[in-house]
Design a protein around this ligand. Structure first.
Ligand code: SF4
Length: 483
């Protein structure tokens, strides 16, 4: 390494930062808890997005103890919309450790900080340097980019060995007594000037000795092998709209207590076919919600319900809910599964066939997984949700709570462990009972992880972004409360 260039880099960068740093809420003081929260929120998320979340979060949970003692549901709700919810859970678990082991005060000790739940080398370095001014590197993607360019490093930054090398380099650059400011200066330069796609070399405070720029490689560096693209998954969701005592409400489900999006709330949904469906839909635009008529995808009730159930009926295997739906017909105006039979399918026959298969799959899988019976009434819309490794194409079908034909059923009647459903031989599960008799107790006939909610309850529960958007869209529409 050219030591003169290194000294120049540290000196100029620090001077630039001290004159140009942004005023950000986590820079108000050096409280390690505040810095910790900000660093966790800023992972994978833009500063502008984080600011309002951060301010609300700090107001609600001003100390590690307040966060540790809060109900998880409240923490997730405060995080709702930021994504990567395991960050919030880990942060709360880390706060509990701080409370138990360190009396609620984040310790000035690198090993102790590094051992906290969810705290990796970057976050530990950021806390130690910014809060305690310890000469620890804090190397994230921004920093790797800046240093790769300035020192013209051609190592693959996707490799752990490169990270280790750059951490050593970053540590060696920290000026005496200025670790916090220097690390923030590096991050700031990466965020504002040495940006991924268009580095602003002409306004860069370290341009004069930037080896990457002098080699004409500022647009090529850093070298990074491409990660695999996220795997597409079709998800079939049911927007189950209540009637009777549940009028104006929607049935939602809480996810399991571990794994992806643990304990968050969602529309009930199942894995769809492996054949991508959304690509066709997306070629028409990425709207979150499309009216079926407007999107030119009006679905015939007949086609929707007969594609699979006719074949199943021939084999005598159709589930009772599909029989019931066919027998009772689809209510006109119920959301799009109407309009006159097979003749209305029109040019988009493939899409119609896909809808039919989806509905069949949705009914069967929701019953198989949760014992939930649904009666689809139409395609409602779609949304996309991108995780780091998968991308969900969520196809939403509007539905009513399903009818249950006890005498005709070859399947076991669902037992949700609640109080008895009316003993009528032609029963429905909850909505059927309430439609017929109005005497079902609230929640008695839904599986325990399900809940009927209105707009008010939605504000109390934490939803992943995709379902938050869909539900907001539902309630924002004129018919949201009229079903
Ligand atoms: S001169 Fe250009 S490439 Fe070099 S550090 Fe500055 S912005 Fe980045």
């Amino acid at each position: 390494m050219n030591t003169e260039a290194a000294a120049y880099f540290s000196r100029e960068l620090l001077g630039w930062y001290r004159e140009n740093k942004r005023i950000l809420p986590w820079r108000m003081n050096r409280d390690p808890y505040r810095i910790w929260v900000s660093e966790v929120m800023l992972q994978q998320t833009r500063v502008d997005t984080v600011i309002p979340y951060y301010e609300r979060f700090m107001e609600k949970f001003p100390t590690a103890a307040a966060l540790a003692e809060a109900p998880e549901e409240e923490v997730l709700k405060a995080w709702e919309g930021l994504g990567y919810y395991s960050r919030a859970r880990n942060l709360q678990a880390g706060a509990s450790e701080v409370l138990e082991r360190h009396g609620g005060v984040v310790p000035d000790n690198k090993d102790a900080v590094s051992s906290l739940r969810g705290v990796g080398p970057y976050t530990a370095g950021a806390i130690m340097s910014i809060a305690f001014n310890r000469p620890e590197p804090a190397v994230d993607g921004n920093v790797m980019r800046v240093l790769s360019r300035f020192f013209c490093l051609e190592d693959d930054i996707a490799k752990p060995s490169t990270r280790v090398k750059i951490e050593k380099l970053a540590q060696s650059l920290i000026p005496e007594g200025a670790a916090g400011d220097f690390n923030q200066a590096l991050m700031e330069l990466g965020a504002l000037v040495c940006t991924p796609k268009s580095p602003g070399c002409l306004t860069c405070p370290v341009m004069a000795h930037c080896e990457g720029r002098m080699a004409g490689k500022e647009h090529v560096l850093p070298i990074k092998t491409k990660a695999k693209p996220p795997r597409p998954e079709t998800r079939l969701a049911a927007l189950i709209v209540g009637s009777g005592e549940h009028a104006g409400k929607v049935l939602v489900r809480q996810r399991q207590s571990s794994g992806l999006l643990a304990r968050m709330w969602e529309l009930p949904h199942v894995m769809g076919p492996t054949e991508p469906f959304g690509s066709a839909a997306r070629s028409k635009g990425r709207g979150r919600r499309k009216s079926i008529a407007a999107a030119g995808t009006e679905v015939s009730g007949e086609s929707l319900l007969t594609a699979d159930s006719t074949a199943a009926a021939a084999e005598g295997t159709e589930p009772p809910f599909l029989q019931t739906t066919q027998q009772q017909g689809i209510a006109p105006g119920g959301g799009g599964l109407v309009a006159g039979g097979a003749g209305t399918i029109g040019a988009d026959a493939d899409r119609q066939t896909a809808h039919a298969a989806h509905v069949d799959m949705l009914c069967r899988e929701l019953f198989a997984q949760d014992g939930l019976l649904v009666r689809p009434t139409g395609w409602w819309g779609e949304a996309e949700h991108v995780f780091s490794h998968i991308v969900w194409d969520v196809q939403v079908y509007r539905a009513e709570f399903g009818y249950w034909l006890a005498e005709e059923s070859a399947l076991e009647k669902p037992d949700y462990g609640g109080s008895a459903v009316n003993g009528d031989s032609q029963l429905a599960a909850e909505s059927g009972v309430s439609y017929e008799t109005g005497n079902a107790e609230e929640g008695a006939a839904t599986p325990p992880q399900y809940r009927w909610i209105g707009l008010e309850q939605m504000r109390e529960l934490a939803f992943p972004n995709v379902f938050l958007r869909l539900l907001r869209d539902y309630w924002e529409t004129a018919d949201g409360f009229t079903d």
